[in-house]
Design a protein around this ligand. Structure first.
Ligand SMILES: [Zn+2]
Length: 415
């Protein structure tokens, strides 16, 4: 099999949908415009023991700019391969971007706990970030890892978009702009891939290393106000008249436990104790953690008709991703109805952290309660802690200063 073709650049006249070849040739085999030439080649060996020679990549990278030169090169490969000579060009010595991504994902998969649903989510997330890179680069004539430049990655970052959200009024799907924080996290995954590629010597230099870091607005940690909490609870029966108790239990568990959304709906029915819940393992932490809950929440959960034998909120049959989307959608509707802006359900975690810190808890306490694997994550609450400390310090200073003033006065009087 031998297929030599062109990938026309978007600006090429042959790439236009209006272009018609006089003899009706498809644009992919119209040469001569300078766009990169590709080839798909498979040459079978007469000896069935010998694996066929295969090539499926850009020839432009090998310096081939014309169809004739492409034909000649492939002829040359065929002769060398069939005569048993080692080919002077070994396409297999270079890792293609596509292959590198697949190998990286395989390696990553091997390190994760296959029994956990979240492992699949992680892989899907990384794949979703990396896989578009192959097409993006090949449009720019880059097929091999060795040819990837920092500039390519900078341009690739421009393609990152946010999620599709349904406009509730018109029903149409709207692409949300990607948040700076989202971009920052995505870039981290991209960098991890290239770092690993460098470690494995697929590339001599890491083009992602010098990518400029993405700036995020300073992380303002917000606490839900008592009014917001009230409005939220009041909105539940209006928005979800049929499943009000279920939603109420869901929201209250989030509020008092600070568990992530995914950890709430995968709560197991056997996790419930008389004074809280034993969470065997959270999405981002393997350590079991006990989550205390107020008696009225326990009571509500106990009387709940659970969705399945094993889970309170989950059938256990739908995929986690579908269920996450379903519940985030529910929460969004609820928050909108309650007129609450902001980081929505994640804010319960912030609220819990600030509450604990304000009552004299330490960052270690917050880390344990929220199940942060790394202390670094907890440190975003440091500002809240110092603010509280500062208030306390000012307060102490004021009181000591009053004492001094009062002391003086009383001394004078007594004198
Ligand atoms: Zn072209």
């Amino acid at each position: 099999m031998r297929d030599i073709y062109v990938r026309h650049r978007p600006k090429c006249r042959y790439a236009s949908s209006q272009y018609k070849h006089p003899k009706g040739l498809p644009a992919r085999i119209v040469f001569g415009c300078g766009c990169p030439i590709y080839a798909r080649v498979q040459i079978r060996h007469p000896d069935p023991q010998v694996a066929p020679f295969e090539f499926n990549s850009s020839l432009a990278k090998l310096g081939v700019k014309e169809k004739l030169a492409a034909e000649e090169l492939i002829d040359q490969w065929a002769v060398q391969f069939l005569s048993g000579q080692s080919t002077s060009f070994e396409p297999k010595n270079f890792k293609t971007v596509e292959q590198a991504i697949l190998d990286y994902l395989d390696e990553k998969r091997g390190t994760l706990d296959q029994k956990k649903e979240s492992s699949k989510l992680t892989i899907r997330k990384i794949a979703g970030i990396l896989k578009p890179l192959t097409a993006f680069l090949s449009d720019r004539g880059v097929v091999y890892m060795k040819d990837v430049k920092t500039e390519h990655l900078t341009a690739f970052q421009e393609t990152w978009k946010g999620r599709l959200r349904k406009n509730r009024k018109t029903g149409e799907l709207v692409l949300q702009p990607k948040s700076q924080l989202g971009k920052q996290k995505t870039q981290e995954f991209l960098k991890m891939f290239f770092r690993r590629s460098r470690e494995l010597r697929w590339i001599a230099e890491n083009p992602a290393e010098v990518l400029l870091s993405i700036k995020t607005p300073r992380n303002e940690v917000k606490k839900k106000t008592p009014e917001e909490k009230l409005r939220l609870m009041e909105a539940i029966p209006e928005v979800f008249p049929k499943i009000a108790d279920t939603v109420k239990a869901f929201v209250l568990i989030q509020r008092y436990s600070g568990l992530r959304l995914v950890d709430v709906f995968t709560l197991r029915t056997d996790a419930l104790a008389d004074d809280g819940m034993m969470i065997a393992s959270q999405e981002k932490n393997e350590e079991p953690v006990f989550v205390p809950l107020p008696p009225f929440v326990i009571e509500l959960v106990k009387n709940l008709q659970s969705k399945s034998k094993d889970y309170f909120f989950w059938t256990g049959t739908s995929t986690i991703k579908t269920a996450v989307n379903d519940w985030s959608e529910k929460m969004m509707r609820l928050y909108e109805a309650a007129g609450i802006e902001g980081k929505r359900t994640h804010e319960w975690r912030d609220t819990l952290a600030i509450d604990v810190l304000e009552r004299g808890g330490s960052l270690e306490d917050v880390q344990l309660l929220l199940g942060h694997k790394s202390r670094k994550t907890t440190e975003k609450y440091y500002v809240a802690l110092t603010k509280k400390r500062m208030e306390k310090a000012i307060d102490v200073r004021r009181r000591t200063w009053d004492a001094v003033v009062v002391g003086r006065k009383s001394k004078r009087r007594s004198a």
